[in-house]
Design a binder for this molecule. Sequence first.
Ligand code: NAP
Ligand code: G4F
Length: 365
Amino acid sequence: MKTAIVFGVNGQDGSHLADLLVEKQYKVLGVVRRSSTDNTDRIKHLLKNNDNFNIVEGDITDSSSIMSVVNTYEHVDEIYNLAAQSHVGTSFKQPGLTWDVTGKGCMNILQAIVDLGLHGTRFYQASSSEMFGDSYDTDLSGEKYQNENTRFLPQSPYAIAKCAAHQAVRLYREAYNLHASAGILFNHEGPRRGDNFVTKKITNWAVDFKLWMEKHNLNIDDLNPCEGFIYGRVLGESIPKLRLGNLDAFRDWGYAGDYVEAMWLMLQQDYPDDYVICTGKTYTVRQFLDLAFKAIGVSDWSDYVVVDKNFYRPAEVDYLRGDSSKAKQNLGWTPKHDLNDLVSLMVYSRLNEKLQNHAGFVKNI
Ligand code: NAP
Ligand code: G4F
């Protein structure tokens, strides 16, 4: 039986990857930071039902903690580093912490692999399209894109830390002959996405808005949007508007469940390498809003959304659209879901979650 260690297992991607590895009959050890409250919501279903899935406490900023985690199994086939301070906006407010976790944390794991002499262990690093920042290439039709050959021009402390980690993977691969690969993943989302990323913030709000209208038996014509609130027919019936930052940024959004398959495929190759993983299509946040509101039956969201400068970042990444031809050719990987699927999935699972929670069911999406 193959063994894998997943750092960041309770995050969005970590939980999808753990599902995939368990399905492939791996014995999986997930690493979770200590928390004063329960932080295992996304992996509860695995903890309950699977003997081949276990978790252990650990922190990638602490080398001794990594050493003891990595030593748990006699032989580790694969180590995935998905742990990070992963919010770009937060990285401007906590640059030091972001550097320690998102940058140095990766180096700590690589060094542990070297120090423990784990030459048979394969390593995956979660690199990011944020590393491209303001940089792009242009294809023959004049369209902008980024691939493995596009230079990095990071625009946030997060992206700088990811670039450092990415370079560490290349160096350790060359210097120590490690089977270490990096997936340069473009934005990927789904029902398990953290609540403060833009897609989740929008789909959660849209569903809550729909349920609020239903609860109070309101139609669009009954609504009175003014200042930061939307009012209903009677006093006390109100809901705060959705507050967002820059609506004009372009992102290449895919489904997280598809992207973890690419991570696994990278570690099944004879040779380690770096791969761009994306859909190849790009949309603005504004277009994402259109789709999410359409999914709840609202054609014009402009009265319900406030553009709030507090959600702007000191520097923005304006345009991301990937080209994953290399992954298609070498890994046989292509995304299975498009943006319409993604929006439906996020909207309907939020609806499900709200209705099931209401009826007292346990959520497991
Ligand atoms: P996420 O949901 O924020 O998960 C990050 C995970 O890292 C969480 O489990 C978090 O645990 C853990 N973590 C944070 N600090 C840690 C520390 N010091 N030691 C150990 N674990 C720590 O992020 P995600 O969306 O799943 O992304 C997974 C990885 O891919 C991240 O490295 C992210 O930067 C990268 N990435 C993501 C995307 C995307 O669009 N999702 C695209 C490109 C790259 P807590 O729950 O305790 O915070
Ligand atoms: O959802 P976001 O916070 O994702 P962002 O910044 O693109 O980063 C995500 O994808 C990266 C891969 O490219 C990952 F490496 C990273 O870990 C993370 O998963 O923001 C998307 C866009 C940005 O342009 C942001 O300025 O949405 C814009 N936005 C507008 N209003 C907002 C908001 N973003 C957030 N989080 N919250 C808002 O209210």
